[in-house]
Ligand binder design. Structure first.
Ligand code: R5P
Length: 285
């Protein structure tokens, strides 16, 4: 039985439909003091697949509660699907005294899961932090289909070096174009991002900036700004996890991004493509 976290209801429903398996209807109740009690009164069966993007602290606690609730209700095999794994960006202690947040989160999830499935975690190495088997799904190839089919000499651009392999995956799935990457620096005190462009010739070419996450939109919009004096054509952004927090949409539009293509790992009304088929394959594999 699929059990949705409150932030992953559409994806869990899509997965249940894709795999022809039942979907539980949890109750997400809140006590007056702000604590949640996520319950699964209708749960039955031995196997539970809890689908919960940990996009917030509340969503993370809710995932732990749902894992516990299905065990209480009789499940003896629990898979946790984290379409988006929060805290994965803090995969090391960057300064003395900092936590390895990804490890702390992974250990907590492992206490209630027999298996974990992740979709494009920010750093692949975070999979090793779990104390149970982990499957990692790469959904980047799905980002090609929603892009216009008539891009002119497209350049798939990673805003930093680590995003170039994602850009390559999208380019390969699109079937045309080149890849390149910029050098990115972020001031962690101010949050400001600066991007050093490559010498790619983009004149007259359409550009797709590809990243794993678009959160505040600063990274992609800085990359796009860096292209402005180069006479490029249309500009798109493509990401697996479209967090799009705060004024990200406006920032991207103001920078000249025509459209942001994203999957449904983070629930939004305008997701372009679902990771449900890829997750279904991983769960059945
Ligand atoms: C960071 O290394 C990630 O790959 C993304 O570039 C980053 O999380 C995007 O965040 P924002 O949209 O806030 O710049």
């Amino acid at each position: 039985m699929f059990v949705p976290g409150s932030a992953s209801q559409s994806l869990a429903a899509a997965l249940a439909a894709e795999t022809d398996r039942p979907l539980a209807t949890p109750e997400y109740r809140w006590f007056p003091d702000g604590e949640e009690c996520a319950a699964v009164p209708g749960f039955s069966g031995d196997d539970a697949v809890v689908v919960a993007a940990t996009t917030s602290n509340d969503a993370f606690v809710e995932l732990l509660q749902l894992q516990d609730a299905v065990r209480e209700a009789g499940a003896d095999d629990v898979t946790a699907v984290l379409p988006y794994m929060g805290y994965a960006r803090q995969d090391r202690a960057f300064e003395h005294g900092e936590p390895v947040s990804a490890r702390a989160v992974a250990r907590a999830v492992s206490t209630g899961a027999d298996r974990v499935v992740l979709v494009n975690p920010h750093e692949p190495g975070v999979a090793d932090f779990f104390d149970c088997p982990v499957d990692v799904v790469d959904a980047a190839s799905r980002l090609a289909a929603p892009l216009p089919g008539d891009l002119t000499e497209p350049l798939f651009l990673g805003p930093d070096e680590s995003a170039e392999s994602l850009a390559r995956t999208v380019r390969d799935a699109y079937g045309a174009g080149d890849t390149d990457f910029f050098e990115k620096e972020r001031d962690y005190d101010t949050g400001e991002v600066s991007v050093k462009p490559s010498d790619a010739d983009v004149a007259g070419r359409d550009v797709v900036v590809v990243d794993d996450i678009v959160a505040t939109g600063s990274t992609v919009s800085e990359a796009v700004e860096a292209l402005h004096d180069r006479d490029c054509g249309r500009v798109f952004a493509a990401c697996v996890h479209g967090m799009l927090v705060g004024n990200a949409r406006t920032k991207l539009a103001a920078a000249g991004v025509e459209r942001v293509v994203a999957t449904d790992t983070v629930e939004r009304e305008e997701s372009d493509v679902s990771v449900a088929p890829a997750l279904a394959d991983a769960l059945d594999g």
